[in-house]
Write a protein that binds this ligand. Structure first.
Ligand code: HEC
Length: 187
């Protein structure tokens, strides 16, 4: 009787173990299928203000999190890269005392009011294509853009503006190199 019990238990343990190994292998396989391809490293002193370094800072600074619309699965829609709120996207609900956002993460409402994320592609009419480097740095440091508009939350210029001039220049050089997208953001 005890021997049967033991054999039974041993079989259950084996089945569980086999299942775990199989599960782990399946996970490994699906994880490797989703592996993200890293960019080549660009952070050498000679490249301190290069667009390549700027592109890495833009990834790290999460600019796409707010300035790029999202696909249904929540990933940034690179067809709209950095073009800001798209007209027709849903507006965030107004709930007193609560900060809300739309599913594209390009519009927010909070105690300060409504904010739509801006087009920061180099389009000359609707983006930042006419901004000089000095204007860009001034905007990131003061939170006031060249038209005199104070930037509302959640634009985190308070943190991003602490980057050294060279890093902000790298970001600027990168932003000026991306595809300009004509998208007028009204709010
Ligand atoms: C958490 C969300 C968020 C992140 C992250 C973010 N931004 Fe913004 N940004 C905004 C919003 C929202 C606005 C619009 C603010 C307003 O209109 O009051 C804005 C405005 C701007 C503006 C002003 C554009 C104009 O026309 O006045 C610039 C420039 C800018 N962001 C650059 C960047 C860069 C570069 C990064 C990444 C390094 C970045 N932002 C990351 C939300 C964000």
């Amino acid at each position: 009787m005890a021997r049967h019990l033991f054999t039974g238990l041993a079989m259950i343990v084996l089945i569980l173990f086999g299942g775990l190994v199989g599960y782990h292998m399946a996970r490994q396989k699906s994880a490797s299928a989703n592996l993200i391809r890293p960019l080549p490293a660009a952070a050498t002193p000679a490249a301190a203000t290069s667009a390549a370094w700027g592109s890495q800072l833009v990834l790290l600074g999460g600019c796409n999190d707010c300035h790029t619309t999202k696909l249904a699965n929540g990933q940034p829609n690179m067809a709209d890269m950095l073009a800001g709120y798209q007209p027709g996207s849903p507006m965030p609900p107004a709930i007193p005392g609560v900060v809300t956002g739309n599913p594209q993460l390009t519009a927010w409402r909070g105690p300060w009011g409504l904010t739509l994320s801006r087009n920061i592609t180099p389009d000359k009419q609707t983006g930042i294509g006419t901004w000089t480097l000095a204007q860009f740095i001034h905007t990131m440091r003061t939170g006031v853009d060249p038209r005199g508009r104070a930037l509302l939350p959640p634009m985190n210029y308070q943190d991003l503006g602490r980057l050294p001039d060279a890093d902000l220049a790298a970001i600027y050089n990168y932003l000026m190199s991306v595809t300009p997208i004509h998208n007028l953001v009204h709010d």
